[in-house]
Design a protein. Structure first.
Length: 312
């Protein structure tokens, strides 16, 4: 019998996310942007299974609607980076064999790679018995990328700084989402560069963004668990540059909003489009309408838990 203290395989799961509000500050001297965002973790999950090994490797598979052909499996993979960071930090001398089953769109603006990294930190910590506490793991998560701490924490939260400084946000009830998945990805750095170019082109009309903040209407809507209120407050500064790079996304937004969605927005840097439905029946009807328009769609709910160990 395998000892619980020394498992041979650890299975962890972490969620994708929707930025229900994203305000982006101006480009800083260090090349980054200050952000203010409201994250909600949703029920599309990345599953990571970790096994003992002498070196570091990763094998990636995808669900029916997820194309993983462009996911790197070398040292640049964020999950491999997470495992190596944990090993370096704790002095662990072995390696790990990772298997990742992806259900979050790749390069879709929903933080799939970040979820992989969060799940890997948790899996390797349990597999190797390195025994880091939650705060230490969150600190390592922040070193890997702005969205990784939220994938670790889950739920609903406000992110500031680069998005990695988290404050839990009260959220009541369950929100129903219908996600239109693209058959292409958008590079996050490319979308941010397009935003910077847009602001430069219109510098005479656009005031500098001194300090991005999350609109109070978003916080009130989340606390009330009111999808109508949230629909009125949702916003994404990256939506305009994403639409400029991929104009076809505007048509996707039109289809959803004309078929019962309370509101739609590009998720993060895109190209996934997230539609908020009034209730489960509305979500089902919207899913049917979007599918009839030959779009690839999935339903999801939020908020959900962050990274956790799964008992197989």
């Amino acid at each position: 019998m395998t000892s619980v203290a020394n498992p041979t395989v650890v299975h962890t799961r972490a969620p994708g996310k929707i930025n229900v509000y994203l305000a982006v500050g101006d480009l800083q001297d260090d090349g980054y942007h200050e952000l203010a965002t409201a994250y909600q973790a949703v029920s599309l999950y990345e599953d990571v299974r970790a096994r003992h090994a002498d070196d570091f490797s990763v094998h990636v598979t995808g669900g029916a609607a997820v194309d993983v052909s462009g996911v790197p499996t070398d040292a640049s993979n964020l999950a491999i980076r997470a495992a190596r960071l944990l090993a370096t930090t704790t002095g662990y001398r072995g390696g790990v064999q990772l298997r990742i089953d992806k259900n979050v769109p790749v390069a879709g603006g929903m933080g799939g790679g970040s979820a992989d990294a969060a799940a890997t930190l948790l899996a390797c910590d349990a597999l190797w018995g390195t025994g880091l506490g939650r705060d230490d793991l969150l600190h390592l998560a922040a070193e890997l990328g702005a969205d990784v701490p939220f994938a670790f924490a889950g739920g609903t939260a406000i992110g500031t700084g680069r998005g990695d400084e988290l404050s839990p946000a009260l959220a009541k009830g369950t929100f129903q989402w219908v996600l239109a998945l693209a058959d292409f990805g958008l590079s996050t750095p490319t979308v941010y560069r397009e935003l910077d170019e847009h602001r430069r082109r219109h510098s005479g009309d656009i005031s500098p963004v001194r300090q991005p903040v999350v609109d109070t209407g978003v916080l009130q809507a989340l606390r009330a668990g009111d999808p109508g209120m949230l629909a009125d407050s949702m916003h994404n500064d990256l939506q305009a540059p994403a639409l400029h790079l991929e104009p076809g996304l505007a048509r996707v937004l039109e289809i959803g909003e004309s078929n019962g969605a309370l509101a739609g927005l590009v998720s993060g840097s895109g190209p996934t489009v997230a539609f908020l439905a009034p209730d489960l029946d509305g979500a089902l009807e919207l899913q049917i309408a979007l599918s009839a328009a030959r779009l690839s769609v999935v339903r999801a709910t939020g908020p959900v838990h962050g990274a956790r160990v799964i008992s197989d």
